[in-house]
Write a protein that binds this ligand. Structure first.
Ligand code: ADP
Ligand code: MG
Length: 466
């Protein structure tokens, strides 16, 4: 899918991008990538890339990215072009994205030889923070609502009193509700106080332990973890079933704890439910303070959207924020994803971020969020409104009231479900699909002409959709 051209592009020498739009688009993709890949990798390889071109042709997005040298170009195109391409594709809802990599001349002319370039890149990685903390996740950009008030307050307390108050702090909650955000916020606050901090995912913890055992360097592993002021292990549930790691973690945990060093754990379950983790560890997990994150309520969702938009310097209309917050209710990550897509598509089409665009995005994003509506539900709601029985609507009677109710029900089946006309016919006593089509057209016309009929249909629709 990707075309790689390792040619030096002469046009880009000292020539910043002439338009700002590709830059904005690339920024949005980078925002997403920065959350998906390791912070150090992101900063070493993705962040230095610049965008040169972005165009859309026949549902294929063509992107040209500039790397600072051949070494970077080779590494990124080999390892990250797929990820970059799929991030663009999903952000813009296009079927494919072709990435072309080139070397930026403004950089390349400064490098004398390939050898010096090779030395250059690892240096970037070396100056990175070794704490593995994401510096963009802070208390200041964490929106507080009743869903997370307690966890937020506890996190603040812990950040101000490392190892002295609640140890360990155990934060649990569903996917995308802010566990990693809060954990990083504590990490950042602690680093500002010059504390020695390390955040690892439990997968990294396991793999470091295994390689320590294999290479006979467990003393290094131990020294590294035991020298910390704050150890954060994200998604501890993945220690599930890994006995050797649990054994080592038990000792590390005890040493840190006894030395009044702070431990923070995040998990998708409460300690008691982590059944693949040995009892003595679970007991320790629960021995400090356990706090949970719940799904945000409507007001909090709106506030989060506005905060995220503000950070991207986008002005978000209240109505637009409401629309997104109404449709995406379970997960902050999805909420943010919808906003990213909204901004990206508005950029691409050069269209304003308005309600109609928001509606479109929400529709394309959330089929899984809209509850499945059944034909039976529609029929039940219709008969209640027309004060007739279910057998009336399915049966053969043709009094005006019943026939009209039947047509409304068929119309709503077509509008609110994915059933075909013939399938809808079967729900109404095996009627022919042409009857259903006729009903649909008839009600469609009537709702357009007659505001009273429109009101009736809308009322029933609202009742069905909740
Ligand atoms: P988890 O680790 O629980 O799966 P994350 O912490 O990764 O979830 O959160 C997912 C996304 O939602 C992140 O981009 C995070 O910044 C954002 N987020 C979650 N909760 C909040 C909040 N209360 N305020 C602002 N952003 C939030
Ligand atoms: Mg997380």
């Amino acid at each position: 899918m990707q075309r790689i051209e390792s040619v030096i592009d002469k046009n880009t020498a000292f020539n910043p991008l002439s338009t700002s739009e590709p830059k904005d688009s690339w920024q949005r993709v980078k925002d997403i990538l920065s959350k998906e890949i390791d912070d150090q990798i992101y900063k070493a390889w993705i962040l230095p890339l610049e965008i040169k071109e972005l165009s859309l042709l026949n549902d294929t997005l063509n992107v040209t990215l500039l790397a600072i040298n051949k070494f970077a170009l080779d590494h990124v195109s080999k390892n990250y072009s797929k990820l970059i391409s799929s991030t663009f594709s999903s952000l813009y809802s296009v079927s494919s994205c072709e990435i072309t990599f080139k070397i930026s001349e403004s950089h390349s002319f400064k490098r004398k030889s390939l050898a010096s370039q090779k030395r250059q890149v690892p240096l970037v990685a070396k100056t990175e923070n070794t704490a593995n903390i994401n510096q963009s996740l802070n208390f200041s950009n964490f929106v507080i609502g009743s869903c997370n008030q307690f966890a937020h307050a506890a996190s603040l307390q812990v950040a101000e009193n490392l190892g002295r108050q609640y140890n360990p702090l155990f934060i649990y909650g569903g996917v995308g509700l802010g566990k990693t955000h809060l954990a990083n916020a504590i990490g950042n606050a602690s680093r500002r106080r010059n504390k020695k901090v390390l955040l690892v995912s439990s997968e990294v913890f396991v793999s470091e332990l295994i390689s320590g055992v294999r290479s006979n360097s467990m003393h290094k592993f131990k020294a590294k973890y035991r020298s910390l002021d704050l150890l954060i292990i994200d998604d501890i549930q993945f220690l599930d079933g890994k006995e050797r790691t649990q054994e080592e973690f038990f000792h590390t945990f005890n040493e840190l704890h006894q030395g009044n060093k702070q431990i923070i754990l995040t998990s998708d379950k409460v300690p008691q439910e982590l059944t693949g983790i040995e009892e003595r560890l679970r007991t320790r997990f629960a021995s400090g303070l356990t706090c949970d994150l719940q799904a945000p309520d409507f007001e909090t969702r709106v506030a989060i959207l506005c905060k995220k938009a503000e950070a991207k310097q986008i002005e978000l209309d209240q109505e637009v924020a409401n629309l997104i917050a109404e449709s995406i209710s379970t997960n902050v990550r999805e909420l943010e994803g919808a906003l990213n897509r909204l901004i990206a598509i508005s950029d691409l089409r050069k269209a304003p971020i308005d309600q109609s665009l928001a509606r479109e995005i929400v529709k394309s994003l959330s089929p899984k969020n809209t509850k499945e509506i059944t034909a039976e539900e529609i029929q039940k709601t219709v008969v209640q409104n027309f004060n007739i029985s279910l057998s009336d609507i399915i049966g053969k009677r043709r009094t005006q009231n019943i026939a009209f109710a039947r047509q409304v029900a068929m119309y709503l089946c077509r509008k609110l479900t994915t059933y075909s006309y013939p399938e809808i016919g079967t729900f109404f006593g095996g009627r022919d699909h042409s009857t259903v089509i006729h009903a649909y057209k008839s009600i469609d016309e009537k709702t357009n002409k007659d505001s009273k009929i429109k009101e009736i249909v809308e009322k029933i629709k609202r009742e069905i959709c909740g």
